[in-house]
Design a protein around this ligand. Sequence first.
Ligand SMILES: [Fe+2]
Length: 545
Amino acid sequence: MTRPDARPSPDRMLREAAARLDRRRFLTVTSAAAALAFGVNLPSAQAADAEFAPQVLKENPFTLGVASGDPLPNAVVLWTRLAPRPLEPGFGLPPVGSVRVGWEISRDERFKRVERRGSARAHAEFSYSLHVDVDGLQAGREYWYRFTVGSWTSPVGRTRTAPARGRRLESARLAVVSCQAYEDGYFTAYRHLADEDLDAVFHVGDYIYEYGIDAVGGDRRYTDRTLPSELNHETVSLEDYRLRYSLYKNDPDLQHAHAAHPWYVTWDDHEVENNYAAGIPEKNQDPVPFVARRAAAYRAYWENQPLRLPQPRGTELTLYRRVHFGQLAQFDILDTRQYRDDQANGDGWKYPTPESEDPKRTLMGAAQERWFAEGLRRSTATWNVVPQQVVFSRRKNTTAERSKLSMDAWDGYPAARERFLTAVDQAGTKNLVLLTGDVHVAYAFDVKRNVDDPASRTVGVELVGTSISSDGDGEERPSDWATMMAANPHLKFFDARRGYTVVSLDHHRARADHRVLSHITRPGGTLSTASSFVTEAGNPGLHPA
Ligand SMILES: [Fe+2]
C-alpha cells in the first residue's frame, strides 16, 4: 500500500528495514522493530521537552471529546487528545514540542466543589494525548471533569469511581458494547447509551476497523462533508491509525457516551487487522512487517483510550486486568488476541480436526491463563464477570450431528476452553457471566460444562452484545435464526439488530436487557428492549425476566 506523500512513513521505513534482516534473527528484529516504531520520526528527548505557549492554539483543540476510564475505588484516568484539525495531517498542531493542559475534577457539574486540579503536558510524541491518573478520590461516587488549554475549555465529562473493595455493594449496572465500523452506519446506539444509568461501560473490541473509508463515509452517505482521501486505504502506519482514531473520536454520539460514563476497554482484532493472531497477520504474510504494523496499532490504541498503563514497551501492551466492585462482582477483562495460537484449519468455519483439537493450543497464552485461574481461586465476589472478545459457547450452524465451527472463536480452541472451565470448577466459581462481542448479533447462552452435551450442567451464562454499527441495520430474525436456535439448545436468544446489552447485578440475580435500534444507516434510530433475561445467584441458567 503506497501513500501519496513523497516522504516514506516511519512504519514504511521500518517495514523495509525489518524485511532486509535475517529471518532467523526474528526476535532481535521484533524488538528492534518496536523500538523503531516508537522512535522513528519522533523528537529527541530535549525537543520533546520544549514547551510552547497555549496561545499557539488558534482553534478549538477539543474536537475529539473527553473520556474517563479504568476507575478504581480511589482513582480514575481522565483522557483527551488535542486536535484542532482532526482530519488533517498533523491534526493542526506543531510536529514537535508540548503544551501544558489544565485539568480539574469536581463533585458537582458546575465545578463549584472542585476536588482536585492540576496540569499535565501533552506531547507531540504521543499525538498530544493526555492520560491523567487522578487519585485521592472517594470510592463509589460521581465526579465531573474538564480540561483547559489557553482560552479553550473542553466539554465536561461525568465519571464514577469504583466501589470500595470490602463494601457490601447492593447493586451495579453496566453495559457491554463492541464492533463500531464507522462506515457501516451511525453511532446512534451511543446517543442512547449516554442516557442510561450506568456505573461503567465495558468495550470488548473492534473500536475501530482498519478498512478504507470513502469520501462519503460509506453507508453514512454524507452529503454535508467530504472525508479526506487518506482514510480511503487500510490502516498500516502509525499516522494511519492516529487518523482513524481521530475520525471515530470526532463522532458526536461516541463523544456523548464517553463523556457520560467511565469505560473499561479491551481490544479484539480490527484494532490491528481482521483475524490476526498474536504476531501472525490474517493471510499468514511475512510476520516481520506485521510486527511493526501491530506496534503502531497498539500505540495508537493506547494514545486514544483512557487506559491506566505505561506507554507500550517493545511490541506488547498488557491489557488483561482485574477490577473489583465491592463484594458484588469481580471483573476479569481478557485479551484473547495478543497471545493466541494461529487459527486452526486455515480459519473460517471448519470441521474440527486434530489440528484444532491439539491440547497445546492457547487463546489467552499461558501467563494470562495462570493469572485468570489464580484470580478465580481468590475471588470472594458474588459474581465473576469476564468481559472478553469471541464467542465462548459452542455454536453449531446445522442441526446435523456434525457441524462446522468458528475457528476464530473458542470453538476453534477447545483445549483452551476446557482449561478455562476446569479453572472455574477448581475455584468453585458459582456465578460466572461472560460478556462477549465480535459477532455483530446479540445472543444469550447457558454455558454448559460439556459443550458437546447440551444436557450437561449449566456452569454460567454468556451474554453476547450486538454491534454498535458493524453490518448495518441488521434484522430481528436473520435467515439462519431458526437453524441456529434449533441447532443450539443452550442458545436462549438471538437478535441481529444493532445496539448494546445492559447488565444489572445484585446479590440475588443478574439481569440482561438487550437494547436494539430501529435503524442506523440514517440518523435518528429509535431504541427498544428486544429481550430481558435473569439468572439467579447460585442457580445458573437464563430465564425470561
Ligand atoms: Fe467486529
